[in-house]
Design a protein around this ligand. Structure first.
Ligand code: PRP
Length: 183
């Protein structure tokens, strides 16, 4: 779906499809150089990361198995504590693996903070994070993210995997949702 096809729902396009493609090519080249000769495993965090994973993995000029995990917070009261529930676990044993977590967005950082601790306990050789988007002003915990696509303002963004009530994930660009859609 293109932004022009739903322009009444959007206030602004923040990152275009072309900008994303260029950035992922750049990040893929860096990752390939950093992981040359290493046993790299890409881990996507569902649902949002399915689009960035598909594009990043294909931009990567080296072999890399792909696994996915699905997590969700227990509820509003525990979201702030960063306690998440595993809805779908990894199929892969992390022992000896160099894990690169591929995320669509880092908002408060709580999901990744929990995941990083969880992965560390599974014996991974190394763990790094790639996030297409990051909202620096929304951070509640610091996440050491080695590969960042774009820092964006704290706005309600959709597209490229990000949803509002399960819609807009298939929008090609990243855009700010118009307030009339959710208010
Ligand atoms: C989004 C995103 C991250 C998380 C980031 O997922 O994909 O996993 O939120 O937020 P945080 O930094 O505040 O923890 P969401 O929980 O919306 O689920 P979804 O990917 O299924 O849409």
């Amino acid at each position: 779906m293109r932004a022009a096809e739903i322009q009444d729902d959007l206030s602004e396009i923040l990152v275009t499809e072309e900008q994303i493609r260029e950035k992922l090519d750049e990040l893929a080249a860096r990752v390939a150089a950093d992981y040359a000769g290493k046993d790299l495993l890409l881990v996507g965090v569902l649902k949002g990361a399915f689009v960035v994973m598909a594009d990043f993995a294909r931009a990567l000029p080296m072999h890399a198995p792909i696994d996915f995990m699905a997590v969700s917070s227990y509820g509003a009261s525990t979201k702030s504590s960063g306690v998440v529930q595993i809805r779908k676990d990894l199929d892969t044993d992390l022992h000896g693996k160099h894990v690169l977590i591929v995320e669509d967005i880092i908002d408060s950082g709580l999901t990744l903070s929990w995941l990083l601790e969880n992965f560390e306990s599974r014996g991974a050789e190394s763990i790094e994070v790639l996030a297409l988007l990051r909202k620096p002003e929304a951070a509640k915990v610091h996440i050491d993210c080695k590969y960042v696509g774009f820092d964006i303002p704290t706005e309600f963004v959709v597209g490229y995997g990000l949803d509002y009530a399960e819609r807009y994930r298939n929008l090609r660009d990243v855009a700010v949702l118009a307030p009339h859609v959710y208010s």
